[in-house]
Design a protein around this ligand. Structure first.
Ligand SMILES: [Zn+2]
Length: 584
């Protein structure tokens, strides 16, 4: 019995709804968005045990323990983590052992059904029903070869055409629903097709098996794109659209071009540029980066450079750099918003030119930060501080030095100053480090209220979380546990693009996990949420400045002895001014 692979663990977690599981042990009562019960782990008369279906976590506010679905089973069944995973896998008929002979796994059934669906949609596109859709595609410039290469299809304007078809092939509604192809109407208890009146882009996994579908409207109706939900065979963070078709070219050119949408993949391939794939959703994940790393060293990010695209590019830097990949950003020429448009309007050479002129990632990032850096030294130092943890992940020392040189030059800072800033000991906030200090005396930690408030606020608003993560550093949280939680939130958002509470709970351990569930389940409304967020961020930023001032103080006191570092002293006074300005 070896280690259970991470994807299996994820699968098991997703298949076991926490409310469902916990209901097997205590009777839960719905109160607002959560469920309550008397705690199964200690004796009590008033319920203080809370389960959140939205966040897939639980916590007892009486005994202070909490976690995700695995943590609950570990406690309730006195199991180890691995045992809990097996227990829950069995509960949903998921096989964890190496494929046993005989009966096909659910996974295989889903893949087969998806293949049937891909063929069906393709058939509809080619039939009389698909005439308008074919016309639309040809107007968009897609040729017959591309239709075949990508198995493009069409879902007709009907509530149950696919459902009926799949049933005639012997698939049950339950299985078709697990594949994400139909949706249950809870009121009527009946099912209907997920994809209706849309062009269908079948998505293949890295082995070329159909694992999901994307579907696009042919008119102005919304949403423009509709995608399969995550299923047993479709874990979004692991898929790159177009990978099977692009793989050989990626390997040969040692370069992958990453774009945003299906059309942005289809078009370049049609024009003979085949090392192009799309990340599903805009943020790149660790799994995707690792997959790329096995085939190529160079990554060219080619997102729409609106605000979301710029942020996605910057978020992408972190995971890609950590894998040791060379990253640059492709900027579309004026008047073209994406590769699809550029190719259709200006052709292959214009596209290749844009790709070849991709901007060095650090230069691109600095440009995006230019306004926030401002002209004052403190602003520039803040940008340096923001880039430091990412740039310091660059393993190649020459490249890292090169980046530091670029940063100095672009910000107009002395290289020596930037170098110094970069070599400063980075505080380490790994969850493992905190796990080690299970010291009961540390239980009575004094937790700065502003940090706690801010964490509570961002845990209940993914939007606010995105903003705050872009602004604050882990080290801004003076409480170690808060820093660990914040760091994990940040990682979660960067990897998944959403707040996955049960994932965060699983990544944390011990006290940090307990503190996290308490913050996460504190679902109060913040009066004037935006102002509260701003005030809290400012408060914490102030502390950052105050701490830096303290560090700089000895330098300033050297004045008169003529051996002080002028830059550091300048920084001191600028920070002092900034602090005064913020207090107004
Ligand atoms: Zn309890």
């Amino acid at each position: 019995m070896g280690l259970i692979p991470q994807d299996k663990i994820e699968l098991v977690k997703d298949a076991n709804d926490i409310v469902d599981v916990v209901s097997g042990y205590v009777s839960l009562k719905k109160t607002g968005a959560s469920f309550k019960a008397c705690c199964p782990f200690h004796t009590e008369k008033t319920p203080s045990f809370v389960v959140s279906p939205a966040k897939q976590i639980w916590r007892c506010f009486g005994c202070g323990i909490g976690g995700n679905v695995f943590g609950f089973v570990e406690k309730a069944e006195h199991m180890s983590f691995a045992e809990a995973v097996r227990f829950l896998a069995e509960r949903r008929g998921i096989s964890i052992e190496y494929t046993d002979s005989g009966k096909p796994e659910l996974r295989d059934q889903l893949l087969k059904l998806n293949e049937l669906a891909a063929k069906y949609y393709k058939y509809v596109l080619e039939s009389e029903t698909g005439r308008a859709a074919r016309h639309y595609l040809s107007q968009r410039g897609i040729n017959a070869e591309s239709l075949a290469r990508w198995s493009l299809g069409f879902a007709q304007d009907s509530w149950d055409a696919f459902l009926k078809y799949a049933k005639t092939k012997g698939y049950t509604e339950q299985l078709i629903e697990s594949a994400g192809l139909i949706i249950k109407n809870e009121q009527r208890g009946s099912y209907y097709d997920r994809f209706r009146n849309r062009i269908v882009f079948p998505v293949q996994d890295r082995n070329g098996k159909y694992c999901a579908f994307g579907a696009r409207v042919t008119d102005k109706s919304l949403p423009k794109y509709l995608n399969s939900p995550e299923t047993q065979v479709y874990v979004k963070s692991r898929i790159l659209y177009g990978w099977p078709q692009a793989k050989a070219a990626v390997s040969e050119s040692n370069t992958v071009i990453i774009v945003e949408g299906y059309m942005d993949v289809v078009m370049p391939h049609q024009y003979g540029v085949s090392n192009v794939v799309a990340s599903m959703g805009t943020s790149l994940t660790k799994e995707q980066s690792q997959q790329i790393k096995r085939y190529a060293e160079n990554v060219k990010l080619c997102y729409d450079l609106d605000k979301a695209g710029i942020n996605a590019s910057i978020r992408g830097i972190d995971v890609l750099i950590e894998e040791g990949l060379n990253v640059s950003v492709v900027v579309m020429p004026q008047g073209c918003k994406d590769p699809d448009e550029l190719l259709v309007k200006k052709g292959k050479d214009a596209f290749l030119e844009a790709v070849n002129n991709a901007k060095d990632i650090v230069e691109f990032w600095l440009e995006a930060e230019k306004t926030s850096a401002g002209t004052e030294l403190s602003g520039k130092i803040a940008v340096v501080a923001k880039m430091k943890p990412v740039i310091n992940k660059v393993a190649n020392e020459l490249r890292r030095k090169g980046y530091i040189e670029t940063i100095s030059r672009k910000l107009g800072l002395e290289e020596r100053v930037v170098e110094k800033e970069f070599s400063k000991e980075e505080r380490s906030y790994s969850a493992a480090a905190v796990k080690g200090q299970a010291n009961p005396a540390a239980r009575e930690r004094v937790c700065p209220p502003a940090e706690k408030e801010l964490l509570t606020l961002i845990l209940n608003s993914a939007e606010a979380a995105g903003r705050v993560c872009a602004e604050l550093l882990d080290s801004d949280f003076t409480d170690n546990i808060n820093a660990v939680i914040f760091s994990e939130i940040k990682r979660n958002i960067a990897e998944r693009g959403v707040l996955d509470h049960s994932g965060i709970a699983a990544a944390l351990a011990g006290e940090a996990a307990e503190a996290f569930t308490a913050l996460s389940l504190d679902e109060r409304e913040f009066a004037g949420q935006e102002k509260a967020e701003k005030d809290l961020v400012r408060h914490i930023m102030n502390n950052r400045i105050i701490n830096r001032l303290k560090e700089l103080e000895p330098e300033v006191k050297k004045v008169g002895r003529s051996e002080y570092d002028k830059n550091l002293v300048n920084e001191y006074y600028q920070l002092l001014r900034r602090l005064k300005g913020m207090k107004k």
